[in-house]
Design a protein around this ligand. Structure first.
Ligand SMILES: NC(=O)c1ccc[n+]([C@@H]2O[C@H](COP(=O)([O-])OP(=O)(O)OC[C@H]3O[C@@H](n4cnc5c(N)ncnc54)[C@H](OP(=O)(O)O)[C@@H]3O)[C@@H](O)[C@H]2O)c1
Length: 260
């Protein structure tokens, strides 16, 4: 039977690569973005590129305000999927608040709450909605696109790094609680990924220390999509696992930066 993946944050960058991987493997795809215009544009592009699979986009913002996750919006999406007879076999929580430039002593607590709410609480909300249906259907998969910063800190990202650490703990707790329903829960830990930000800010990315990996390169979206595909399609006996996709970045004590 045809399977369906739900991929969050999939109008740009890594999310697009994940959609394209699953659609090219013949899965139907449901995806989200925050703006209805971008979602419609991406939906048209995906449908043109993958005419043989069903593609459905939803505009979904995690929050009502910094302190409040929009549970009703998640509920509405899953109820709409139910009404269309669409069952999500695999949920891929890719969307994230990057929580850039957070200065200790400067940013208000609501900035921290905003990032935690999106990256942890909203993803729990999505996971619970998906898992309730997976339980009824005999199983499924939940995959978090996490980060190697859950283990190794970088400057001025306290909320993001705390959120990714929290997300990993949540991943293990969900794997523990949902295994009995044949629901596997796993995480991908990317290092740096080439996104449109590389094109917009080439000077910064030319020198960023994270790009110096033992492999000599950083990931592209397709590398993360392959890892998601592994968990969804192949890893029958794997749950609560972390798959690091960072060119070896995390194993280094420090990056080896070649002299100019
Ligand atoms: N890029 C990297 O170097 C890197 C490294 C390690 C881990 N990761 C992880 O990999 C994943 C993808 O990264 P990326 O760089 O491709 O992401 P990105 O370019 O920053 O895109 C993030 C996506 O999340 C959505 N999003 C952001 N805030 C949201 C909110 N409040 N509610 C709902 N959706 C929201 C965005 O929606 P809109 O399209 O509406 O803006 C966008 O689609 C993330 O989980 C990230 O933490 C990335």
């Amino acid at each position: 039977m045809k399977k369906t993946a739900l991929i969050t944050g999939a109008c740009i960058n890594t999310g697009v690569a994940i959609v394209e991987k699953f659609a090219s493997e013949g899965w139907d795809v449901v995806f989200t973005g925050r703006s209805i215009e971008k979602v419609q544009e991406a939906e048209n592009d995906y449908r043109a590129k993958f005419p043989e699979v069903q593609i459905l986009g939803y505009a979904l913002d995690s929050l009502i305000d910094e302190r409040t996750v929009n549970e009703k919006a998640v509920d509405d999406v899953f109820n709409d999927l139910d009404s269309k007879g669409i069952f999500i076999d695999t949920l891929i929580c890719n969307a994230a608040d990057q929580g850039l430039n957070m200065k200790v002593f400067e940013n208000p607590l609501t900035d921290f709450q905003r990032v935690l709410n999106t990256n942890v609480t909203w993803n729990l909300c999505l996971s619970e909605h998906a898992a309730a249906r997976m339980k009824e259907q005999g199983g499924g998969n939940i995959i978090f696109v996490n980060s190697n910063t859950a283990y190794r800190a970088i400057p001025d990202r306290v909320a993001y790094i705390a959120s990714k650490g929290g997300q990993l703990g949540m991943m293990r707790a969900l794997a523990m609680d949902l295994g009995q329903y044949n629901i596997r829960v796993n995480a991908i830990l990317p290092g740096m990924i080439k996104t449109d930000r590389w094109d917009k800010n080439p000077d910064f990315y030319a020198k960023v220390p994270s790009r110096y990996t033992p492999i000599g390169d950083v990931a592209v979206g397709a590398d993360i999509a392959d890892a998601a595909w592994y968990f969804a399609a192949h890893a029958r006996n794997t749950t609560g696992a972390e798959l690091v996709v960072d060119g070896g970045n995390t194993i280094q004590l420090y990056p080896i930066i070649p002299e100019e």
